[in-house]
Design a protein around this ligand. Structure first.
Ligand code: BES
Ligand code: ZN
Length: 453
């Protein structure tokens, strides 16, 4: 049994509110959930309104932006908290211990889709500001909020609106909690993220599924063609074969490599935690280098042929791969896409046709490691987590973050309260309640430390 605070404590209210938000299945990629995505926006809008912030629901061509702010404080810094109310699809549902949209507490963890990514994490900042206002305290800085509903699908509508919102969102520093701690008990500030570009490759062969006895061996099988095209993208030492792929890759600075070597990293526990029998990646790089600073290609989904029970002896008429490349600083998504098309033109087998669709792209992100906001964040995190944070990069992408740097000309702080095994994008996503509460504390401290700058 885990200790549960009495119903009316602030901690219990914080948990109850998160549970309420998590019950809303705001899956942005699934049109059937569109009303739920709107409901999740309304939930956060109401939370801001109840706390007396100046709020606005800004429509876009997709899901709305929730914008809120505390009163300006002349001469003090302005911080913009960014987060997202949309979540990844919960499938495969059978792999969840409790249903994804029925938040459940087990062993001090709150399980639900969106628990760590990102409702639980962005809510820490919302709670800290709303609580300070409710206690009648004056904040030593102005805090603005931007909570969007399309981060998990590439943030293109926010990107299109950003220029027009430049004054509304003007700030000295963006604060984002949508990453994680380095390890349990080792809090982190993330100064780099990888970029991304997503693709779908469809291979088409015969005009219908064919009997594999009557036709097998006489026509190209689209599944085999797709497998061959996909496997041609990477060699056995983990090097990507797309022409020009590494041309612009920024190499890792020696001081970064040295600093990462000193992190409490251990390949055996990394393998054990992910359940793989051995780690694998590009020769010549450590696991952290591979996941944070080297580009990759990954198959995200494959669709081909008979998916039901039992045997069905067919040559499927088509095959589809959904895949993506994670990119590192200076790689341009458009250039990678052009190289990929050229690669498939060379490597497509005869007897099939193929179409490549190019999805959303985002540049990799690097922040100034020595900004004045970094030190303020270190102090706030150290006081809430009882340990100085380590400085790391991460391999995931937050598409809008480089646009913030460019359009708003601000510093960026990525402060992750979650854990690497919180199962973001996986079944049994969770957020440890202690981390939620520590996140709220760290956020409260952060307003004080930044207010003193
Ligand atoms: N919270 C993640 C980004 C992240 C992941 C940061 C891991 C640090 C470590 C974010 O919500 C996310 O998943 N973004 C997508 C963006 C994509 C769909 C354009 C991603 O990285 O896959
Ligand atoms: Zn996220």
């Amino acid at each position: 049994m885990t200790a549960t605070p009495a119903r009316d404590t602030p901690a219990q209210r914080h948990v109850n509110e998160l549970i309420e938000w998590l019950r809303i299945p705001s899956v942005s990629s699934d049109p059937r959930h569109a009303p739920d995505v709107h409901a999740a926006a309304d939930w956060v809008l109401k939370k801001f309104n109840a706390a007396g912030l100046e709020t606005e629901l800004i429509p876009t061509d997709g899901f709305p932006l929730v914008v809120a702010q505390t009163p300006p404080v002349p001469g003090a810094p302005v911080v913009l908290v960014y987060g997202h109310y949309d979540v990844q699809p919960p499938e495969p549902l059978a792999k969840w211990t409790s249903p994804p949209f029925e938040p459940t507490i087990r062993d001090g963890n709150l399980y639900a889709r969106g628990a760590t990514d990102d409702k639980g994490q962005v809510l820490t900042h919302i709670q800290s500001v709303c609580d300070l206002l409710a206690r009648g305290e004056t904040l030593p800085l102005q805090v603005k909020f931007l909570v969007e509903g399309e981060e998990e699908v590439g943030s293109q509508n926010l990107e299109a609106r950003l220029e027009s919102l430049r004054d509304r969102l003007a700030c000295d520093c963006v604060v984002i909690s949508d990453s994680s701690q380095y390890a349990d008990g080792v809090p982190a500030i993330t100064y780099g993220l990888r970029g991304i570009i997503t693709f779908e490759l469809e291979v088409t062969g015969p005009n219908r599924d064919l009997h594999s006895g009557s036709f097998g061996g006489a026509v190209m099988n689209p599944g085999i063609a797709l497998a061959r095209m996909m496997s041609s993208l990477v060699d056995s030492s983990g090097r990507i074969q797309i022409p020009g792929f590494y041309d612009d890759v920024q190499s890792l600075a020696a001081d970064e490599r040295d600093a990462w070597q000193k992190l409490p990293q251990d390949d055996a526990s990394f393998a054990a935690e992910t359940g793989v029998c051995a780690t694998f990646g590009e020769t010549g790089f450590t696991t952290d280098e591979r996941r944070w600073a080297r580009p990759t290609v990954n198959i995200n989904g494959l669709v081909c042929g008979h998916q039901g029970d039992g045997v069905k002896t067919i040559i499927p008429s088509s095959a589809l791969a959904k895949f993506s490349c994670r990119l590192v600083p200076d790689q341009a998504p458009e250039k990678i896409a052009a190289g990929l098309r050229e690669h498939f033109e060379r490597h497509a087998p005869v007897g099939i046709t193929w179409t490549l669709s190019i999805g959303h792209g985002a540049d990799a992100f690097l922040a100034d490691r020595d900004s004045r906001f970094m030190q303020a964040a270190r102090d706030a995190i150290a006081s809430a987590f009882g340990r100085e944070p380590v400085l790391i990069r991460e391999g995931g992408s937050i598409p809008i973050v480089t646009q913030f740097q460019q359009t708003l000309g601000c510093d960026c702080l990525l402060l992750g309260w979650g854990l690497a095994d919180d199962n973001a994008h996986s079944p049994d996503e969770k957020f440890r309640l202690d981390d939620y509460h520590r996140g709220i504390q760290a956020s409260t401290m952060l307003w004080k430390t930044i207010g003193k700058l």
